[in-house]
Design a protein. Structure first.
Length: 137
């Protein structure tokens, strides 16, 4: 059963930026991985969290905590998945092969899109996705 929210609440949240937050055990190691290996620009750093830019007005926060190992915590929409895999692999990022969905050379066909996955040093799973973006954004 869903609750109906007042329209002013919907409008405020519909226009708000959502920042993905990922828990890691070692902020220094995470900073190296996300900034150097993934190439994300560092926006802010405190003793408890680091915030990175992630393109097209999005951001990602990395904080100390219990990693969410085994589940995809976020993905990056890309225009050329093969080029992204080549670039990240050259920076030491290891992509995963899966049976479900079946990957071939790290890439799975998922409906009209294609995806590939890698893990950060804490085991959080991230994806890269090429294809039509739902909602046309």
């Amino acid at each position: 059963m869903s609750a109906t929210l007042p329209s002013e609440v919907k409008a405020v949240l519909a226009d708000a930026m959502v920042v993905t937050t990922v828990a890691v055990t070692d902020l220094d190691r995470a900073k190296q991985f996300f900034a150097e290996q993934l190439g994300l620009p560092l926006l802010d750093e405190t003793p408890f969290a680091i915030r990175f830019g992630a393109g097209k007005g999005t951001q990602m926060s990395v904080r100390r905590g219990q990693p969410n190992v085994g589940q995809t915590v976020g993905h990056f929409e890309v225009d050329d998945i093969e080029a992204v895999i080549r670039d990240l692999t050259s920076r030491g990022v290891t992509f995963e092969e899966y049976e479900t969905p079946k990957t071939i050379d790290f890439i799975a066909q998922i409906g009209p899109a294609r995806g590939a996955w890698f893990k950060d040093p804490d085991g959080n799973v991230f994806g890269v996705r090429e294809g039509p973006v739902p909602g046309g954004r």
